[in-house]
Design a protein around this ligand. Structure first.
Ligand code: UGA
Length: 463
């Protein structure tokens, strides 16, 4: 089996190198020439653990060919995956321009192709898109009938940034939304070859159900995060209660599970916010108000303000204060800052007159593009703390976990730490001012509290 993939984004590029690794011949189509060129010289356009090495292997073995020649790729393969972006429009719905042009381009080549060819939608698209949009596009441009000479399926992608390669090789399940059984059989046979001995559960259904599975899965996980953030905010108001302990105990119930129960600054990334907004817009269009999903989004927006509020509470006012922001990527092990809560938190702090000094192990380039001269950039975590009045941990990078109490005390003007990701032990951080999401501040002893207040008073922070 030879494979072609349209779109060299997260899903397209990761799938391409993984399929090549398993011995398939892969054409990766990318219309952005600069991006295609970058990939050809073994330079992934984004940071993902292990991707650079896999890309090198795939190109060196000759199994992967990067091009913009759709005709050659479709004629030279049996299956084409569409993995192009579906960005948000202003009303939350998704932009299908790239999916439409991919389907049209593939269809034009299918017109002259004699053999059966399967087209698989991997982009995240709202329910009904494969049947009502991709199918007619393919049929009108190819002049052929889907279900006869052309196969069509929708296979949602569940990979996470930061573990994209591992997730591609070991998915929790494969969902095949098939137009007809021949399409489903062809895709299932490819998946079985890809996974070899280690075949995950394969679930077959119609394309629209597969589209719903993708949105419902992301909406559920995002709701779990907003849920625990809401519990965290309640915990913060109750003497001596810590949301981490609550989540640990809840998570041991296997009906609940511990994953995605980490309270924090809220969720970000290119998927959760976009997919939730799309599902809300889709649902409203059908005349149904999805109140739970709306609340999930609203709680998430408010959570970033809540973090800024914790800083404000500690400093009285953030005006002209230097705030060290540790972590800019929406989660560790990626340079991706799309919809990162760090952006909301920084903007809020700056609106209130703070000076922000930031550091992230991977996202500095993206941060510079986003914030330009508006913030200061540090070249290491400890330098970021230099002269700061308050440090806010926004992303739980391992590098930050290694910082100890003395690092904060030595470097900062006033050692106040707001730990939104709960990476430090509150007991160990007792000797400085430690605030954390989901922890009532007076979970300290009275004596600790007195010492901290005294120090803050001596520095002029408290009346
Ligand atoms: C998410 C899904 O987890 C993937 O299954 C899906 O394929 C992907 O979206 C997609 O649709 O493409 P991803 O966006 O890479 O993957 O990131 P996650 O690991 O899910 O994290 C999303 C956000 O939730 C991050 O900002 C993270 O910090 C936050 N989060 C996650 C929490 O605040 N608490 C948690 O307990 C878990």
């Amino acid at each position: 089996l030879r494979i072609s993939i349209v779109g060299a984004g997260y899903v397209g590029l990761t799938s391409a190198v993984c399929y090549a690794d398993r011995g398939f011949n892969v054409y990766l189509l990318e219309s952005d020439r600069a991006k295609a060129q970058q990939i050809k010289v073994e330079e992934p356009p984004f940071y993902e653990a292990g991707l650079r090495e896999m890309l090198h292997e795939a190109l060196a073995s000759g199994k992967l060919e990067v091009s913009s020649d759709v005709k050659k790729a479709v004629l030279g393969s049996e299956i084409t995956f569409i993995a192009v972006g579906t960005p948000s429009l202003s009303d939350g719905s998704i932009d299908l321009t790239h999916v439409g042009s991919a389907a049209k381009d593939i269809g034009k080549t299918l017109k002259i192709k004699g053999d059966y060819h399967l087209v698989v939608v991997r982009s995240t698209v709202t329910p009904g898109t494969t049947l009502n949009f991709v199918k007619p596009s393919l049929e009108s441009s190819s002049g052929k009938r889907v279900g006869v000479e052309v196969g069509l399926a929708m296979q949602p992608e569940f990979l996470k940034e930061g573990s994209a390669i591992q997730d591609t090789f070991n998915p929790s399940r494969v969902v095949i939304g098939e137009y007809d059984s021949k399409s489903g059989d062809t895709l299932e046979s490819f998946c079985r070859k890809l996974h070899g001995e280690n075949v995950p559960p394969i679930l077959r259904m119609n394309p629209t159900s597969a589209e719903v599975v993708k949105y419902a899965s992301n909406a559920f996980l995002a709701t779990k995060v907003s849920f625990i953030n809401q519990i965290a905010n309640i915990c913060e108001k109750v003497e001596g209660v810590d949301v981490v302990k609550v989540a640990d105990a809840m998570g041991l119930d296997d009906r609940i599970g511990r994953k995605f129960l980490n309270a924090g600054p809220g969720f970000g990334g290119s998927c959760f916010p976009k997919d939730l907004k799309a599902l809300v817009a889709f649902s409203r269009e059908l005349g149904y108000e999805p109140k739970l999903l709306e609340a999930t989004l609203r709680i998430n927006e408010e959570q970033a303000n809540h973090v800024a509020e914790l800083v404000r509470e500690e400093l009285g006012s953030v005006k002209e204060k230097k705030i060290a922001v540790l972590g800019l990527a929406f989660k560790p092990d990626t340079d991706d800052m799309r919809e990162s809560q760090s952006i909301r938190i920084i903007n809020r702090l700056m609106e209130e007159g703070a000076e922000v000094q930031a550091y992230d192990p991977a996202a500095m380039k993206n941060a510079r593009e986003l914030f330009g001269e508006k913030i200061l950039y540090a070249d290491s975590a400890t330098n970021c703390l230099s002269g700061a009045d308050c440090a806010v941990i926004v992303t739980e990078w391992d590098e930050f976990k290694k910082l100890n109490v003395e690092d904060f005390k030595r470097k900062m003007r006033t050692p106040i730490v707001v730990d939104t990701r709960r990476i430090y032990n509150p007991q160990e951080f007792r000797s400085l001012r430690y605030r954390a999401v989901g922890l009532k501040e007076s979970a300290y002893t009275d004596e600790d509290e007195r010492k901290v207040k005294e120090r803050l008073r001596s520095l002029g922070y408290l009346g």
